[in-house]
Design a protein around this ligand. Structure first.
Ligand code: SF4
Length: 575
């Protein structure tokens, strides 16, 4: 029997008062903490007789060290950083300024260069960065302010009002430590803290687990389009000099995806002959046998890409989902005691393949609202609701509004998508309708019986990749390069509501797609003669790279990702 991780009951937990708790120490969370500190400093100079303290402001970060779980391409549009820390370029770890872009459409062996780079993909003035190093640096700035960053602490539950109607978020419970596979306390057991906070800011990154709880409890997305995601699979390579110049950016569309899938690749030249390359596959593909990690391996075998990598060495690997849904998929951003920022809300411009600058700006705006709440000592929805208004009045809305229908335009395939994108470009993002509808990504997945008998041209995409060990890799070899580690003796943090569905229905109807969409080999169907279909689901949670894909695309929606014991997960050093 699988036993899943959940906060233990009947445990006395230390209670800690807090003014603001920011859950997640990525770009949004760190920018939020930094902006809040700046505002408090200014206030304390202007009003020394009514100072505000930073002592009870906390950032919770589930990774062992700041930045370890951060993964992105990454290109930084510096707009929000210039607002947060003018002149940041002088001291931030920026690898190279973008000086050259090109976009290609790939066929299996050929390539067609776009004569002009489409405006959303023009990156001159942006920076190639390692998001891991960048966030580490941001984190050090936060620590200099006196705000406490708790690393190795995940938020495992939201606390709701003890007073009133219980509909108010009043804090965060951190994860229990020292719990064994059977959900029993070990000798090193330490209960999680209850941080009783005036304001909770959810900056958990993509498909945040507390954000998911909150959205579900209050049915927050009833008026939004369903959020849709992509899965980015990334490898970092060292290549012989002269292959991709620092600051050179290459995007590709087309092969190995067919016209039925959404996605594309990036290749970014960094300093010291390091190349970041990756493939984003929209998590709304029809064939359950598709494997996004295999898509990246196929992509590297294209003659154009293989030539760039020849003689090089893969040094790091990682994967992460990213929210594609855009403006219409945003949930309400604030309520009684809470705000949602960054990828957790869905602040990502999928046309530009960029979200870091939006995450930072949303964190800053949330900080400004939290500051007002602290001054007034009022964190009700009426006060925190200013965050929603401030986002709508900011350049975040200007940017996302222009591409509000972009991803939905591709719901019926690549060619329809290009038609709608063209139309939207000339109508300020409108296209045929002000708001294109969309379906949740998992609803696009077809049952095996519904697939065309020849695989519909997708046979080359279907996993798992075997790998030649030089240019291409199987999942376990790739995974080894993610530095992933977890405490082994803990309950599974992938909570499957009903494993009978996996063993009896999914195996037959969809062919157990979890084995394919998971980029880390966490899910396996093992032989078991006691089962009706001779197979049973088995989990290797220690492999999990926290990409959240399973929580998103599982066709029965029975998988919930919850944070494992704090400190566990990938180590995306330099990624
Ligand atoms: Fe991603 Fe889920 Fe696999 Fe973990 S188990 S790596 S969250 S798909």
């Amino acid at each position: 029997m699988l036993i899943f991780r959940k906060p233990l009951e009947n445990v006395e937990r230390p209670q800690m008062p807090a003014d603001v708790v920011i859950v997640g120490g990525g770009p949004a969370g760190m920018a939020c903490a930094l902006r809040l500190s700046q505002l408090i400093d200014q206030h304390n100079v202007a009003q020394p007789d009514a100072p505000l303290s930073k002592e009870n402001i906390y950032v919770l970060e589930k990774a062992r060290e700041v930045g370890q779980h951060c993964l992105s391409g990454a290109l930084l549009d510096p707009r929000s950083m210039r607002e947060l820390l003018p002149g940041f370029e002088k001291e931030a770890p920026l690898d190279a300024e973008v000086t050259k872009e090109s976009v290609y459409f790939l066929t299996e062996k050929g390539k067609l260069k776009f004569p002009v780079t489409p405006p959303p993909l023009r990156d001159h003035g942006n920076y190639v960065i390692s998001i891991n190093r960048f966030v580490k640096w941001l984190g050090s700035k936060v620590e200099e302010t006196g705000i406490t960053v708790f690393t190795g602490f995940a938020g495992s539950e939201l606390l709701y009002g003890l007073d009133g109607d219980g509909n108010r978020v009043t804090g965060v419970r951190t994860d229990d430590k020292g719990v064994d596979k059977e959900n029993q306390q070990k000798s090193n057991f330490e209960p999680g803290y209850d941080l009783q906070a005036k304001v909770v800011i959810l900056a958990e990154g993509t498909r945040g687990s507390l954000t998911k709880q909150l959205i579900s409890k209050f049915d927050l997305t009833r008026n939004s389009n369903p959020q849709t995601w992509g899965q980015g699979v990334k490898e970092l390579w060292e290549v012989p000099s002269g292959r991709v110049a620092p600051g050179e950016v290459i995007y590709t569309m087309g092969w190995p995806l067919t016209s039925k899938e959404y996605g594309g690749a990036w290749i970014y030249g960094s300093k010291d002959n390091v190349v970041s390359l990756g493939f984003v596959t929209g998590l709304d593909y029809p064939d359950p046998r598709l494997d996004p990690q295999k898509v990246l391996q196929d992509f590297k075998q294209h003659p154009f890409v293989a030539k760039l990598l020849e003689g090089g060495k893969m040094i790091r690997y990682g994967a992460k989902s990213l929210p594609y849904g855009g403006w219409w998929a945003l949930p309400p951003l604030a309520g009684d005691g809470w705000m949602i920022v960054g990828d957790s809300a869905g602040f990502l411009n999928s046309a530009r393949l960029k979200g870091i600058h939006l995450a930072i700006k949303s964190g800053m705006l949330a900080a400004e609202t939290a500051f007002e709440a602290l001054k007034k000592d009022d964190s009700s929805a009426a006060t925190l609701g200013a965050f929603q208004k401030n986002v709508e009045a900011s350049w975040i809305k200007d940017e996302l509004w222009k591409v509000r229908n972009m991803h939905q335009g591709f719901e019926h395939g690549f060619y329809a998508g290009m038609f709608h994108t063209g139309l939207q470009m000339f109508t300020g993002g409108r296209g045929l309708h002000n708001r294109y509808p969309s379906k949740a990504g998992y609803e696009h997945m077809k049952k095996l019986a519904e697939l065309p008998p020849d695989g519909g041209g997708e046979a080359h995409l279907l996993g798992p990749a075997k790998g030649d060990g030089k240019l291409t890799f199987d999942k376990l070899t790739d995974l080894y390069h993610s530095g992933t580690k977890h405490e082994e003796d803990q309950p599974a943090h992938l909570v499957i509501r009903d494993t009978d569905i996996c063993n009896t229905r999914c195996v037959k109807e969809f062919g157990s797609p979890c084995q394919n969409f998971c980029p880390a080999n966490v899910y396996e169907m093992v032989e078991d003669t006691t089962q009706l279909n001779g197979k049973r689901i088995s989990l290797n949670p220690s492999n999990c790279v926290h990409c959240k894909t399973c929580d998103i695309i599982d066709p029965y929606q029975i998988i919930t990702w919850v944070p494992p014991e704090g400190g566990g997960g990938p180590n995306y050093d330099g990624m």
